[in-house]
Design a protein around this ligand. Structure first.
Ligand code: ZN
Length: 413
C-alpha cells in the first residue's frame, strides 16, 4: 500500500503531455512561452489543490509553498522543470515537478504536520537551448546569474530580457525573488535517469551520487571564402575542414581510455556563407565535455585546445573560443543519500548509486544547500527524444521513495 496516489500521478502526467505535444509521444515546450505558461497554470491548479500558495517569480519560476508551523525555519525545497527540449519527451523535468506535488498532496491526506515549510518549484529554462545557457531559474534565485545573460538572444533575435517581460516577469526586480543564504534547508529532485544503467540492470530506482560537471564551449574558426571550383587546395583557408578535424579530435581525446565515463560532443554547427560552391569562411560549433573527475576533464580540455591550435595553424585559420558554462562535479549529501537508500530498502528496492552525466537544477542548488536526487529508470536510456519513456509504475515507486524521504527529513529536529 502506497502513501502516494499513483492514479492521480499518472493523470497529471497525461494531462501535462498534451501541452506542447508533438507527434504521438513528444513534447516541445520552450521556456518562457505561452506553452510554458499554460503548463504553469495547470500545475498551479494542482499545487493549490495540494494546499500550496503559488506564484511566478521574476525569473519565471513557478513556486508553490506549503506553510509550516514555523515559517522562520529554512525551507525544504523540491522540484525540477517543465520546459522541454525542442524535440523532447514527456518525462524529463516533468517527473520532478509532478512527483513533488504528489508528495505534498499525500502529506496533507495523511495529516502529516509540518514544522518546516515546503516549496515545490518548476525552474525557468533548465534546458538551456533557447538562449544557449541553462539552469536560469535555479541560478537566478541564488543570485548566480552572470553578466550579459539578459542580452542573450534566441534564434528569432528575442533577448532573454524581452522573453522575461513578455512572460510577465520584471527583470529589474530580480533581487525580490532571490533566496537569502541559509534560507533553503535542502533540495530534493526526482528525475528520469536519461541513461541506460537502470534499464540494463533491470532496476526501477537509483540513488544519485552526484552530478558531473559540464564544460560548454563555443569555437569559432575563421578562414577565407573563395570559389570551390578555382581555389587550389594548398591555398585554401577552409574553416569547415578545420572544424571537421577538431570534431574528430575531440572524439579521439575523450575515448582515449576505453571504459572511462568521459563524454565529449559537438552537436551544433553554423557555416557561413553556407553555399555549396563557396569555401566556408566562418564556422562556429559548440563543444560539450563532461566528466565526474574534474582533473581529467581539465586535462582533456587542454588537449582539445592544443589540437585546435595545431589544426587551425595547419589550415591558416584564426579562431576564438568562448566558455559558455564551466561547472565542477557536485556530490549529493551523504545524509540524504542514506535516507533515500533506507526508503528504497523499505520498498524492497535494490537501488544502485549512480552518477548523473546530465546536469539538473539540483546542481545549481548544491551551492546553497545539501541536496539529494532520485533517478527513475527510463527505457533504453533514451531522453531528449520523443521516444523517452518511463513507466507509471516506476514513476510511482520513485515518488513513494521521495515521499518517505520528505517525511523523514521534516520530522528531523
Ligand atoms: Zn531535466
Amino acid at each position: 500500500m502506497m502513501n502516494i496516489n499513483s492514479t492521480r500521478l499518472q493523470l497529471h502526467f497525461e494531462a501535462m503531455s498534451l501541452i506542447g505535444k508533438i507527434g504521438a509521444t513528444g513534447t516541445c515546450r520552450p521556456t518562457m512561452t505561452a506553452l510554458e505558461k499554460e503548463a504553469f497554470e495547470l500545475t498551479a491548479s494542482w499545487m493549490t489543490d495540494a494546499g500550496m500558495k503559488t506564484h511566478i517569480d521574476h525569473f519565471g519560476n513557478l513556486i508553490g509553498r506549503l506553510e509550516g508551523k514555523n515559517p522562520a525555519l529554512p525551507v525544504l525545497m523540491m522540484g525540477s522543470h517543465l520546459d522541454s527540449q525542442p524535440y523532447g519527451g514527456r518525462f524529463d523535468g516533468v517527473a520532478g515537478v509532478l512527483s513533488a506535488i504528489e508528495v505534498v498532496k499525500a502529506l496533507a491526506e495523511n495529516n502529516i504536520q509540518l514544522e518546516r515549510s515546503i516549496e515545490v518549484i518548476s525552474f525557468a529554462d533548465e534546458e538551456g537551448w533557447r538562449f544557449n545557457k541553462g539552469l536560469f531559474g535555479s541560478r537566478g534565485i541564488l543570485g548566480k546569474l552572470e553578466d550579459g545573460e539578459l542580452q542573450r538572444v534566441d534564434k528569432d533575435g528575442i533577448t532573454r530580457e524581452q522573453a522575461l517581460i513578455d512572460f510577465g516577469c520584471d527583470p529589474t526586480k530580480f533581487k525580490e525573488s532571490e533566496y537569502m543564504p541559509g534560507s533553503i534547508y535542502c533540495f530534493l529532485e526526482l528525475h528520469i535517469e536519461q541513461g541506460p544503467v537502470l534499464d540494463i540492470g533491470n532496476k526501477p530506482i537509483a540513488v544519485v551520487s552526484g552530478i558531473s560537471g559540464p564544460l560548454w564551449l563555443t569555437v569559432t574558426l575563421k578562414g577565407m571564402a573563395g570559389h570551390t571550383g578555382s581555389v587550389p587546395m594548398p591555398l585554401r583557408k577552409d574553416a569547415l575542414l578545420g572544424a571537421a578535424k577538431i570534431i574528430v579530435a575531440l572524439n579521439e581525446i575523450v575515448t582515449q581510455v576505453p571504459g572511462d565515463p568521459t563524454v565529449g560532443t559537438v552537436a551544433t554547427i553554423n557555416v557561413f556563407p553556407s553555399s555549396r560552391n563557396i569555401i566556408a569562411e566562418e564556422v562556429s560549433f559548440t563543444v560539450d565535455l563532461r566528466d565526474i573527475e574534474l582533473a581529467r576533464r581539465n586535462q582533456y580540455e587542454k588537449q582539445l585546445k592544443e589540437k585546435i591550435e595545431a589544426i587551425t595553424k595547419k589550415h591558416s585559420l584564426s579562431y576564438t573560443i568562448t566558455e559558455d558554462t564551466n561547472s565542477e562535479p557536485r556530490y549529493c549529501a551523504a545524509w540524504i543519500k542514506e535516507i533515500i537508500h533506507s526508503k528504497c530498502k523499505g520498498l524492497n528496492l535494490d537501488a544502485p548509486e549512480i552518477m548523473s552525466g546530465p546536469f539538473h537544477d539540483a546542481m545549481a542548488l548544491s551551492y546553497a544547500c545539501d541536496y539529494g536526487m532520485i533517478f527513475v529508470r527510463c527505457k533504453d536510456g533514451i531522453s531528449h527524444n520523443p521516444l523517452e519513456y518511463s513507466s507509471y509504475e516506476d514513476l510511482a515507486l520513485g515518488t513513494e521513495v521521495l515521499y518517505g524521504t520528505v517525511v523523514e527529513i521534516i520530522s528531523k529536529k
